[in-house]
Design a binder for this molecule. Structure first.
Ligand code: FMN
Length: 366
């Protein structure tokens, strides 16, 4: 059988990957009190292949982003210790594992009290309007606009979280700059209404993102850093009037930091979950960015093979298909049937149901 493009090896900087099928970052809300749980060992190791690349669920970087108690964090040593056995299990199976570093910014509930009883931080003091935040049902708080003098501290939180990730054993970190969270709140002109050096022109709106990248790359080495962006999305009320220019500016600017990869959520993913048609393409970003390029968003085996074959991406991340098919790369290799995902169990606390109980392929039956 001829080898499919998705199943061909790829060298992502220092990492030799055996195939191009990446586990997308997927928050499954099965942590407790910001601690990754032992049941995540089985979940991630089920999805690990020798030479496969995995990105962790969004992981909180600091106590100024608290509210999602069922997501893991990586700002305390207890949280680092909780991640260690999970990372170890992936390494034992030959996987390469990056931690996705996340700050939700203003996407927090009214009653998620931040340190000293303060409001959540953001680029703005405008809140996510409930009708625009779909599909997330959160009733978001009015945030507190970060002062220019406070921004270095937040950047330092990303730096420390990156250092902690390496301490936990992760091979690298992915900076979450997508889906309407803190970094996106700075980049998008429909949210960022600042008039200082962090708002206004595209250069100024991207300044925060690039300062985070610079700090994290300096801390752990650029070859251990990736960045995820969704310039075309309007998730959590975070849209831009010129997403193509924004995406291209970021792709070009990121070259300077020589990070390992840029991970772009497809334009059709206007929300984080459902695909729809748009006139945009991530191709100009692919052409502008000099290192590895990952795409994600409603890909199938056929579409993924096409993207690699046409050199529109180096790697393809799969989310929902990987939730339902722990052995997704093998199923792709064999062009085997796929389990269907159950949306109702994507984000529930159960440590097994919808998490580690999707069946592997029975190869005796194909
Ligand atoms: C249950 C669920 C949780 C998700 N959590 C995250 C996350 O933590 N970080 C992130 O960047 N994207 C997250 N996403 C978006 C996925 O990474 C991916 O971009 C999206 O599911 C589209 O890809 P797919 O069509 O292959 O599922 C999540 C999506 C789903 C369905």
């Amino acid at each position: 059988m001829e080898r499919q493009p998705l199943m061909s090896p790829y060298k992502m900087g220092r990492f030799q990957l055996a195939h191009r099928v990446v586990l997308a970052p997927l928050g499954r809300l099965r942590s407790k009190n910001y601690l990754a749980q032992p049941h995540a060992i089985l979940y991630y190791s089920q999805r690990t292949t020798n030479g496969g690349f995995l990105i962790s669920e969004a992981t909180l970087i600091s106590g100024t982003g608290i509210g999602y108690t069922t997501t893991p964090g990586i700002w305390t040593m207890e949280q680092v210790e909780a991640w260690k056995p999970i990372v170890k299990a992936i390494h034992e199976k030959g996987g390469i594992f990056f931690c996705q570093l996340w700050h939700p910014g203003r996407v927090l509930d009214d009653d998620d009290y931040q340190p000293n009883g303060q409001a959540p931080i953001s680029s703005t003091d405008k809140r996510v309007e409930p009708e625009n935040g779909q599909p997330d049902p959160r009733d978001c708080a009015f945030p507190r606009r970060l002062g220019v003098d406070e921004i270095p501290q937040v950047i330092n939180d990303y730096r420390l979280a990156a250092r902690n990730s390496i301490e936990a054993g992760f091979d690298g970190v992915e900076i979450h700059g997508a889906h309407g969270y803190l970094i996106d709140q700075f980049m998008k002109d429909q949210v960022n209404d600042r008039t200082d050096e962090y708002g206004g022109s595209i250069e100024k709106r991207c300044r925060f993102a690039l300062e985070v990248v610079a700090a994290v790359a300096q801390e752990v080495g650029p070859d251990r850093v990736g960045m995820r962006l969704s310039p075309f999305a309007n998730y959590m009320d975070s849209a831009d009037s010129n997403p193509e220019a924004l995406g291209l500016y970021m792709a070009e600017s990121l070259n300077k930091y020589e990070i390992a990869y840029l991970h772009v959520v497809e334009p059709r993913m206007i929300t984080a979950e459902d695909a729809s048609e748009t006139p945009y393409s991530p191709l100009p970003m692919r052409l502008a960015f000099k290192k590895s390029f990952i795409v994600a968003g409603a890909y199938t085996r056929i579409e993924g093979n096409k993207a690699i074959n046409e050199d529109r991406a180096d790697l393809v991340a799969f989310g929902r298909l990987f939730i339902a098919n722990p052995d997704l790369p093998r199923r792709f290799e064999l062009d085997a049937h796929l389990n269907k995902y159950v949306r109702a169990t994507f984000a529930i606390p159960d440590p097994v149901v919808g998490y580690t109980d999707y069946p592997f392929l029975d190869e005796t039956k194909i």
